[in-house]
Write a new protein. Sequence first.
Length: 181
Amino acid sequence: MSSAIGSMNNVKIFVLYLMKNINYPLDYMTINDIVMQTDYVMYLDFAVAFNEMIDAGLIEKIENGEEECYQVTDNGAMVASELKSDIISSILDRSLAAALRYLDFKKRGVVVFFDIEKTDNGKYKITTGFNEKGENIFSQMIVVDSLDRANRMKQNFYERPEALYRGVLALLSGNVNYIFN
């Protein structure tokens, strides 16, 4: 088992918890994407667990237009709610928040980008932004002193891109003036 959350039962509980709390049918690739938003579950563990959950009647396939989607069954919802695991609740909460952010950005068609470019004076120019349906809705540029700092910023950005977006909007609209006091 190579997933950070441990046993195959934990992987199943993790997936069921996310699907139950999202509460609408999703296609396989979207389920995979929401599970992979955090590094708690490895892809191969997810694939095995997913097929086992279908076989066990915890997840069912439904037709949603032309697309095959999956949803948690009543049995699966009970397992997600009541089965004990050793997954820390903060991991589940953090993972659900990441999944919901991903789905919101996906539904809106938001694509994020983060570019690092070395400048002539040895510093690094970082350009980040958000494109929604082909239109740039937000971008920023900052210069930092080292590639290491730029890469750490990149990692943080991709972990929570919407936090940057919401934070800048809050600052510009004056909703976080407590920072300045």
